[in-house]
Design a protein around this ligand. Structure first.
Ligand SMILES: Cc1cc2nc3c(=O)[nH]c(=O)nc-3n(C[C@H](O)[C@H](O)[C@H](O)COP(=O)(O)OP(=O)(O)OC[C@H]3O[C@@H](n4cnc5c(N)ncnc54)[C@H](O)[C@@H]3O)c2cc1C
Length: 352
């Protein structure tokens, strides 16, 4: 199978975090209303949907051969199915989260900004303050994130004030690119200022490298916002899990969200210097797990600490973000513990 690890990750993410879209595609293809649906891979590496209807199990062949297609082709194929399903089902099926996200991104705005200040927060986190006119930016006060676009070589490229996401997308397939981009969470926000926390990872990463050298006057385009944290109902206990990339999101959610009475966090960080205090008055219990000799995204210490944690009996919601395969393992663990898909959203923020 081509891209087998990537494809496993894609299927697991869809089954867990986009199960509403998988069900809509199943209803469309079977011309029936099913109670659940799951993407599976057959022994011959064909893509199938396993459906449940009135407690009867069924299978739909999606006519997609994983032996000869890449992960990107799979992504496009599935998005195509979602569009076809919507066209056929119209308002008979509620809008799925992925459709809401696509719709929201159509309203996203590109903001020109310049770095006004930087500060070292911990051994591997640098706060970057962006100045600009953000009056049109509307946030949910949760895990709102923006796509940060920066010049690859600031000595050669001066970003136009109206450089946009469209310009960025157009140059992606060019042999020589002039900008790079990645998602970052808004830690603090005012009409003329945005603060973000960048993880300085020692790998050669475009945004990581940019952040390491970032100084006053450096240009960036910020595009968005989008968000993922959207539990379907109120709950009393919120459980947050993250590595350093997810800390800004988890901090904003735990400090501002009024929908829970208790919050327990699990943060995997490089060492004690990352133990960043939480603001606000919510009832938050923070667990800090130090990576010590482990490489980011590779260790088992975070998962081990979740294994010994006693989950609340009910009425809880889990939100997690970090390295994609590490998060997949954590998702699998909670699934085996009986946590329902609707009760958790655990997502990959970066890939090893
Ligand atoms: C919704 C969302 C919100 C996010 N919010 C934040 C945030 O607030 N702060 C933040 O720092 N990141 C955040 N991230 C993660 C960030 O977008 C990724 O880490 C991104 O890959 C960084 O881009 P890059 O150009 O530095 O590296 P890439 O070019 O993507 O990757 C280059 C190399 O660096 C490695 N790498 C990338 N990120 C890391 C890392 N964190 N640790 C170790 N190795 C890494 C990759 O495995 C690869 O080998 C968020 C991601 C998402 C999807």
């Amino acid at each position: 199978m081509k891209d087998s690890k990537e494809i496993t990750l894609f299927i697991d993410t869809y089954n867990s975090n986009h199960s509403d879209a998988v069900l809509m595609v199943a209803d469309y293809l079977s011309n029936n209303q099913n109670s659940s649906a799951e993407i599976i891979v057959s022994e011959k590496n064909q893509l199938n949907l396993k459906i449940m209807n009135n407690n009867v199990e069924g299978y739909l062949d999606l006519d997609f051969d994983l032996n000869s297609n890449t992960n990107d082709e799979l992504k496009n194929f599935f998005i195509g199915l979602i569009y076809q399903a919507r066209e056929r089902l119209g308002s008979d099926f509620p809008k799925t989260n992925i459709e809401k996200d696509i719709e929201n991104s159509l309203h996203s705005i590109s903001f020109y900004s310049e770095v006004s200040e930087t500060k070292i927060i911990s051994k591997n986190i640098k706060e970057i303050v962006f100045k600009g006119d953000f009056t049109k930016l509307e946030t949910q006060n949760g895990d709102d994130f923006l796509f940060v676009i920066v010049p690859l070589d600031k000595n050669k490229t001066n970003l136009d004030r109206d450089y946009s996401m469209e310009n960025y997308r157009k140059q992606i397939s060019d042999e020589i690119k002039i900008t790079a981009g990645a998602y970052y969470t808004i830690r603090n926000f005012r009409e003329d200022e945005i603060k973000m926390w960048f993880v300085l990872h020692s790998h050669s990463g475009n945004l990581g490298n940019w952040a390491e050298k970032a100084k006053t006057g450096d240009q960036a385009i910020l595009w968005g916002p989008r968000s993922m944290f959207s539990p379907s109902k109120k709950f009393s206990h919120l459980i947050l899990i993250a590595d350093e990339t997810g800390i800004p999101a988890m901090k904003v959610i735990s400090e501002n969200n009024k929908n829970f009475s208790k919050c327990t966090t699990f943060y995997e960080v490089i060492d004690e210097s990352c133990q960043i205090p939480t603001k606000g008055e919510n009832n938050i219990l923070e667990n800090w797990i130090y990576r010590e000799g482990d490489e980011p995204g590779e260790g088992e210490k975070l998962l081990d600490s979740l294994k010994v944690y006693e989950l609340p009996k009910n009425d809880f919601y889990i939100f997690g973000a970090g390295e994609a395969r590490q998060m997949m393992k954590i998702r699998k663990f909670f699934k085996n513990e009986g946590v329902a898909k609707e009760q958790m959203h655990i997502t990959g923020y970066w890939k090893k």
